[in-house]
Design a protein around this ligand. Sequence first.
Ligand SMILES: [Zn+2]
Length: 233
Amino acid sequence: MDQTKQEGGYGYDLFPERSKRKYKEGSIAERLFTFNNKCQVMLQFAMETSPYAKLLLSAMKSSGCKILKDRHLSCEDCDGTVSGGFDAASSQIVLCQNNIHQQSHMNRVVTHELIHAFDHCRAHVDWFNNFRHLACSEIRAANLSGDCSFSQEAARLNFGLKQHHQECVRSRALRSILAVRKISREEAEKIVDEVFDTCFNDYAPFGRIPHSNRDAKFANRDYENRDRYYANL
Ligand SMILES: [Zn+2]
């Protein structure tokens, strides 16, 4: 396995704006540009209203990794059809402003990337050299973000299979790994299968698989009430 950090080997070619500067300040001119502005508005809305995002943001805050919108989230143009990414080098989440056009899509992308940020915060994840770590976080992100929820799957006409949720999670995790690492499909499949059961059954911080906004709201409520019993003693 080639471990050298050659250009393009870590998915940075998908995020052309990443190489231009360390992290984005966002000039007034840029903020007025429509795609960027729309992305910022949808992002703000997701952070304030999505129960998935709200839970992840409060879980990160209580783990000592408070997310600041201007420092840790960045709306940028991306190549191809990618919707978002987590840049572990700068601890920043990238939202692809040219590929996200609907609020529901923004909510899912923010949630997916926040799960990576949560994993980065709670564990010492070696994103670049340990493919098992990357695979585990991709499995969790696909499983818990709603990427594979019924309406998403139905939209892709994949419903009807008994194990379709697991299959969806597996194939999305594989696709994510292959998009950002130079690795063969066989090797990626082997790694995903090795860590699948452990990572698929790790629901932190949701405590369940949130299949809908309603599930995520319950998970969020449970999370917020987690200390109440002890506080009332
Ligand atoms: Zn991912």
